[in-house]
Design a protein around this ligand. Structure first.
Ligand code: UDP
Length: 491
């Protein structure tokens, strides 16, 4: 067995899927691997690299062994406009398909690039949605590990649903089906479960994902063992390979600017935002945000505004209405900002979320239950109001409410996604929002118990990354790759 500090550095190649919720945790992963002595090549594209320019510059300044490698994406060849390199730039399914085609065309350039490196690659860790990287890894004779941006609870659900074709004969999307093979009774519906690129046109891509999932040498997740041991064990057993839980990965970032600029430059002056939070009472502020992809329609914005106003609680609300932030003022209820001045702060666009959540004045989180937001909320010890929109978010809600018991449901029953027209979306009404906010932020027994449990999870999360289970898992992962003998080209 080689010792980590006297052996040559293993070289990890990270290939994220280009959507903020997928890229951000892989940037954290790059920093985590580097911190533990590995070198990293992080594959990106010019437009995506621009978004994270400050992260790239900082890595260079601080001599962090992460190389950000931008590959030109062949957009024109697949019929996409120039610069259309991220999923948040496309709404139509056929364009998403084109984007995945363009990414798979990076196969050859990536092989060529990696063959030329002084330190040969030891391992590829790539997103579930970049299945073509399995072929690259085989061509180079190195292992591919799959990064699954879900928690183990939702990963296991997703795996069972797709491998066992649970919804094959289900025609009604809302029909509840008992999930066979799950560690306990769990009912799922097709509408509220993660798809696997099931739309027409995606058949081959979806098959490739499932095939490469089988062939991957292991799975890496942004969760920690103590959070969901039952599901980590069951998932590992079911897929028959190692699941490395190495999260919460973002906790490896210690300097404030790295945390503030995660994913993109914040559209608010971070100092102003922190000063505002400093001026509020401890645990009093509710943070409201629905992740990177969701866009809230005007009628819903109005209800949220009036619900927050009626709750009389301080709030920090991140609004993503459309991609023209200056329009937001025009669509909020008249006089709303004046009436809530002093106790409400609105951020239009990109917020320094991880920084905000860890501020002691924040006491609750209204979340869409994307996994990154969820694990960030858990790491900050915050009770949450769950407002899932789509993908695996309804499953994460189940974990938050019924397993971890740190949440309160907004009671959303149907999905909302970016491709839906405003009239197709079920709007949550202001009085409903007001009630949930008052209950979460209040002093009733239930609210206090939720808070205590959330604080306990925060402790566990920090312990996991700070010498605990996630710390040993990342060490073991690096050692596993080194002992496998591929990292210096010695096979
Ligand atoms: N995020 C952020 N500022 C924003 C919106 C999102 O920093 O204004 C980050 C958030 O902290 C999280 C990620 O973007 O790390 C969103 O991932 P998540 O899985 O929660 O949701 P998704 O965007 O994939 O729906």
């Amino acid at each position: 067995m080689k010792c980590l500090h006297d052996a040559p550095k293993p070289h990890f190649v990270l290939v994220p899927f280009m959507a903020q919720g997928h890229t951000i945790p892989m940037i954290d992963m790059a920093h985590l691997l580097a911190k533990h002595g590995a070198m990293v090549s992080f594959i990106t594209t010019p437009v995506n690299a621009t978004r994270i320019q400050s992260t790239i510059d900082r890595a260079r300044e601080l001599n962090i062994p992460i190389q950000f490698v931008p590959f030109q994406l062949p957009c024109a060849e697949v019929g996409l406009p120039h610069g259309c390199e991220n999923v948040d730039k496309v709404l139509e399914k056929d364009k998403v398909k084109k984007l995945t085609d363009a990414y798979s065309m990076l196969h050859e350039p990536l092989v060529l690039y990696l063959r030329e490196q002084n330190v040969p690659p030891s391992c590829i860790i790539s997103d579930l949605c970049q299945p073509w990287t399995g072929d690259v890894a085989r061509e180079l004779g190195i292992p591919r590990l799959m990064f699954n941006g879900f928690c183990a609870f939702s990963s296991l659900c997703r795996y069972l649903i797709h491998q066992d074709k649970v919804f094959e004969n289900v025609t009604d999307g809302n029909e509840l089906v008992v999930l066979p093979g799950f560690p306990h009774h769990l009912e799922v519906s097709k509408a509220k479960s993660p798809g696997n690129f099931n739309s027409p046109g995606f058949e081959k891509f979806s098959e490739k994902i499932l095939d490469e999932e089988q062939r991957a040498e292991g799975v890496v997740t942004n969760s920690f063992y103590e959070l969901e041991p039952l599901y980590v064990d069951a998932y590992q057993k079911r897929i028959g390979k190692r699941v490395w839980t190495i999260g919460p990965m973002f906790l490896c970032n210690t300097d404030t600017s790295t945390i503030a600029d995660r994913g993109a430059k914040a559209s608010v002056n971070e100092k102003h935002c922190m000063e505002w939070l400093d001026s509020m009472q401890r645990g009093s502020v509710l943070y409201v945000s629905f992740g990177s992809m969701a866009r809230t329609v005007v009628s819903q914005l109005e209800e949220i505004a009036l619900g927050l106003e009626a709750s009389k609680r301080p709030f920090l609300w991140v609004i993503k209405y459309d991609d023209r932030p200056s329009e937001v003022d025009k669509v909020l209820p008249e006089g709303f900002e004046e009436r809530t001045r002093g106790r409400g702060l609105i951020i239009q666009g990109w917020a320094p979320q991880a920084l905000i959540l860890s501020h002691p004045s924040v006491g609750g989180f209204v979340t869409h239950c994307g996994w990154n937001s969820t694990i960030e909320g858990i790491s900050a010890g915050l009770p949450m109001i769950t407002w899932p929109h789509c993908a695996e978010q309804f499953l994460n809600e189940e974990l938050i409410l019924n397993v971890l018991k740190v949440g309160l449901a907004m009671g959303v029953q149907s999905i909302t996604n970016r491709t839906m027209k405003p009239h197709e979306i079920s709007i949550v009404k202001r009085d409903h929002i007001e009630r949930a906010v008052v209950e979460l932020m209040g002093e009733e027994t239930g609210a206090n118990e939720r808070r205590i449990r959330a604080r306990e999870l925060k402790e566990k999360a920090r312990k996991a990354i700070d010498g605990g289970s996630s710390y040993s898992n990342i060490r073991q992962l690096i050692e596993y790759i080194m002992n496998r003998g591929t990292h210096t080209g010695v096979l």
